[in-house]
Design a protein around this ligand. Structure first.
Ligand SMILES: [Zn+2]
Length: 390
């Protein structure tokens, strides 16, 4: 796109929504965002009334558009995601045969290194969902690939592609997990708790050990009872830890999405898709992690009915969150932007992403009045949609 000023748009900024904004972009960064004065100079690009949000950052995604992270199809996923408003993501690898995970981690490392040469969402590194999980809360992850938390096994995974693993889901009740969490933190990995049957107290001990995030809150963990707050109750009430919500409207009832946001506070919530390869494809039978799954257009399930990831890419999460109760969570657009971009960026320590403000990367998602993504820009370049004018 080159240096330009976006006009004819609403901008969702940390200071509020600017109804008639001018967003100045130079060298792939946002230089200024102001109310339009009509005195702007340089190349103008009129967005025709779209609403501009910070580009969405997905910390938990296994695939979409037929691309599968476990098969190493990382670049294909990066190319697909901009149509969902996603500008950066963590390819997520559920526990699998170790040789396949190692190969997929190498694919993530290679695809991140080649990132600049390619049009698509930025690959931020990998999210390892396992293998140190509780088999009793495996969900759709094949339990035969789950293991006690052994330092040697962890070292083999981290060494497969040095620096590639940015986030790891660990169950505090996997044998050895509490001892391994400090080593993960020391290696620069954000530890996320999930796929666990622990109670409130043991969940808190894992936070004491250094865990800072919660994998798909409510799903595959102990829920809230009024005398037994469980893992979910611990995650929602401990300010040291953030939570993920799968906002496809299927994994969690919209009223509970709204409740979780109110309990946790907007700055503690990151929306994730947990999407799998069939997301964005027609309903039908597909394979996932060596298992047969069926997509009905709303959900993906194993033959026994267990949810196997979601079809809810982050554009759909946005629509769910801003729809009024009981169809959605009733969030404002400004709050939705925080959960889709600002919080995920902060969790990974990305100082230049996740916010629509001067000095940040020009990673933008522009949506129409129905919340449908029409235009996506990564590093100042249009990667989805068509930009009129010039
Ligand atoms: Zn997952």
């Amino acid at each position: 796109m080159g240096d330009a000023t976006l006009i004819g748009c609403r901008a969702v900024t940390p200071g509020g929504i600017l109804d008639d904004a001018a967003i100045e972009i130079a060298d792939g960064q946002i230089v200024a965002i102001e109310a339009r004065t009509g005195r702007e100079i340089g190349t103008m690009r009129d967005l025709g009334g779209l609403t501009v949000l910070p580009g969405f950052i997905d910390l938990h995604i296994h695939g979409a558009g037929g691309a599968d992270t476990h098969a190493g199809e990382i670049a294909a996923l990066a190319a697909f995601l901009p149509r969902c408003g996603v500008t950066a993501f963590l390819p997520t690898l559920a526990a699998d045969a170790e040789a396949r995970t190692v190969a997929a981690l190498r694919a993530v490392g290679a695809a991140s290194a080649a990132g600049g040469a390619r049009r698509g969402a930025t690959i931020l590194g990998a999210h390892l969902e396992g293998p140190f999980l509780n088999p009793a809360r495996a969900g759709a992850i094949p339990p035969e690939h789950l293991h006690p938390a052994e330092p040697a096994r962890l070292a083999r995974l981290l060494d497969a592609a040095p620096g590639a693993v940015r986030l790891m889901t660990v169950a505090p009740d996997a044998p050895g997990a509490l001892e391994l969490i400090p080593a993960l933190v020391a290696a620069g990995v954000v530890v996320s708790l999930g796929h666990t049957a622990v109670d409130y107290d043991l969940f808190r001990r894992a936070i004491d050990a250094g865990a800072r995030h919660t994998t798909h809150l409510f799903n595959a963990m102990t829920g809230i009872g009024h005398r037994a707050p469980g893992a979910a109750g611990a995650a929602l009430t401990d300010e040291r830890i953030t939570v993920e919500l799968i906002a496809d409207g299927e994994h969690i009832h919209p009223a509970i999405l709204a409740l979780a946001v109110r309990a946790k506070g907007i700055a503690g919530v990151a929306l994730v898709s947990d999407a799998v390869g069939p997301a964005g494809l027609p309903p039908g039978e597909y394979a996932w992690l060596g298992r047969r799954v069926r997509s009905d257009g709303a959900t993906v399930r194993l033959p026994d009915g267990t949810l196997a990831g979601s079809l809810g890419t982050l554009d759909r999460a946005l629509q769910t969150m801003i729809a009024p109760l009981p169809r959605g969570a009733g969030l404002s657009l400004a709050d939705a932007a925080i959960t889709l971009a600002t919080v995920p960026a902060r969790i990974l320590g990305l100082a230049s992403k996740g916010t629509l403000a001067p000095g940040y990367d020009a990673d933008l998602a522009a949506v129409d009045d129905r919340g449908v993504v029409r235009l996506t820009i990564v590093g100042g370049e249009v990667v989805y949609g068509v930009l009129a004018g010039g």
